[in-house]
Design a protein around this ligand. Structure first.
Ligand code: NAD
Length: 492
């Protein structure tokens, strides 16, 4: 990437409630750290329970206005927001890269996705329909879709603006008002977006943002009886807590987009250059901090050694460093000290306890920042901790080679997760069987992970339930009424 980006120096740091930027009631703050330098970027206001209550008050008050707008008006607000974001795109790319640590190239991918996705859902606002059914004379049967009211949205740090937008765009298009809690680690792009929300003229209270800790602001959202729908993206651990909160309060409806440990299966007929590309980027993209990363690599015994060599060759393309200092960096730091320590613990365990063979990386990089070199362990057994748990870092686990189709299907399915699955083969029959028998929500065949706006995204098994994206993602923010309507006899 030859473009030069300015390192951002100005930040929006307040909560956004009822169209205004405010301090938290308790005036607490949260430090936001640059993961490439470990330096403080700024302190943001921390939302606590009282702030979440105020945000819900504002959203409740705005709901009658927003939900009764002509649908076309909601389209226009979302389009305006997308255009404003596009006009300020470079600033958002730089801000996302600074706060999250992802290379500018990755941040560019994110912000472009957000702009397109906003426009996609803007187009849906006036296309929410019910159905009518043939019925007896003088009776009409029909269904009607309605927004919930105030919805709670909780998003993670790996694609900060994108994961938040995947939720608020369909929620708003469907006529809901939102209380959004971005990750406390990466709140800066969402807070800056709130300025654009005002510029786009959204009625106050429609869009509220309460950055805060999960155990404080997150818990306040998930326990509020005034919120009847939650959409959450994050770890399976917290997903369970959200279900528990739902069951203990008002049985709020829940969408859970959780973790993954996705298999990549390379068949003996695969184009090996393609297979290496899929395996490398499938795992290393976003420094392995992608829920649908292909982190368990299964290679057929006939091509195992050749593919490993091609994977090793990828190391020479890695440019590690702070995007604002190292031109064309394509491998940034992990997002936080906590995440860095978690991943290093997995690596240390693999080397020292399990004595696994590490053929690339396996160590930190540099004297500052949370950088970990792209890492590959080979010949790993299914029962290894590395093969079973979501590491969420740049660590590719190459399992022992496979021999038969039956065997690899069984091994690929031997996980509690089911978010995505990858296959590399030239045989359409292989693909058909793979898609039919592997338990996962998204399949990437002869290619890396992709998210097209129109394609529903969500997991099988402990990767969660409900969908983001596509029409299905929109319908998550509607509830359905069935109407049986008897009409009087017509005049004669
Ligand atoms: P996390 O679960 O720690 O946090 C996610 C969000 O939940 C944050 O905003 C956090 O503050 C909040 N939170 C934490 N505790 C909470 C609680 N008790 N109640 C309510 N909210 C709470 O996840 P993370 O570390 O930010 O993100 C990484 C995880 O997200 C990985 O497991 C990854 O696989 C998953 N993820 C899934 C998808 C998907 O679409 N399936 C996409 C991206 C990330």
């Amino acid at each position: 990437m030859s473009k030069v980006y300015q390192k951002p120096t100005k930040f929006q740091t307040k909560l956004f409630i009822n169209g205004k930027f405010v301090d938290g009631v308790l005036k607490k703050t949260i430090p936001v750290i640059n993961p490439a330098s470990e330096e403080l970027i700024c302190e943001i206001a921390e939302a606590t329970e009282q702030d979440v209550e105020l945000a819900i008050d504002a959203a409740e008050a705005a709901f009658p206005i927003w939900s009764k707008l002509p649908q076309r008006d909601r389209t226009e607000y979302l389009l305006k927001l997308a255009s404003l974001l596009e006009a300020n795109k470079e600033e958002f790319i730089a801000l996302e890269s600074l706060n999250n640590g992802k290379p500018l190239e990755g941040a560019t991918f994110d912000i472009n996705d957000v702009i397109g996705h906003l426009r996609y859902y803007a187009g849906w606002a006036d296309k929410i329909t019910g159905k009518s059914f043939s019925s007896l004379d003088q009776q009409i049967f029909y269904t009607r879709r309605e927004p919930y009211g105030v919805v709670g949205l909780i998003s993670p740090w790996n694609f900060p603006l994108m994961m938040a937008e995947w939720k608020y765009a369909p929620a708003l298009a469907a006529g809901n008002c939102i209380v959004l809690k971005p990750s406390e680690v990466t709140p800066l792009t969402v807070l800056r977006l709130c300025e654009l929300v005002n510029e786009a003229g959204f009625p106050p209270g429609v869009f509220n943002v309460v950055p805060g800790y999960g155990h404080v602001a997150g818990v306040a959202i998930t326990h509020s009886k005034r919120i009847s729908k939650i959409s959450f993206t994050g770890s399976s651990l917290v997903g369970r807590k959200i279900l528990e909160a739902s069951s203990k309060t008002n049985i709020k409806k829940v969408v859970l987009e959780l973790g993954g440990k996705s298999p990549v299966v390379v068949f003996p007929d695969a184009d090996l250059d393609k297979a290496a590309e899929v395996a490398w980027y499938g795992c290393m993209f976003n420094m392995g901090q992608s829920c649908d990363a292909g982190t368990r690599l299964f290679v057929h015994e006939d091509v195992y050694d050749k593919l490993l060599q091609k994977l090793k060759d990828y190391e020479q393309n890695v440019v590690i460093g702070d995007s604002f200092e190292v031109q064309n960096s394509n491998h940034g730091p992990l997002v936080s000290k906590l995440q860095f320590d978690r991943v290093m613990n997995y690596i240390t365990h693999a080397k020292e306890v399990e004595k696994l063979e590490c053929v690339m990386g396996g160590e930190k990089w540099g004297n500052k920042g949370y950088f970990i070199k792209p890492t590959i362990f080979v010949n790993v057994d299914e029962n290894s901790k590395l093969a079973r748990e979501e590491i969420f870092g740049p660590v590719l686990v190459v399992l022992k080679p496979w021999k038969t189709f039956d065997e690899v299907i069984k091994r690929a399915n031997d996980t509690s997760y089911g978010l995505a699955a990858y296959a590399v083969t030239q045989n359409a029959g292989n693909v058909e069987r793979f898609v039919r028998e592997v338990k996962a929500g998204s399949f990437y065949i002869n290619q890396g992970a992709l998210s097209a706006h129109q394609m529903p995204f969500g997991g099988y098994k402990e990767s969660g339930f409900g969908k983001d994206n596509g029409e299905e993602g929109l319908l998550e923010y509607t509830q359905l009424k069935s109407v049986y309507y008897s009409l009087p006899n017509p005049m004669v």
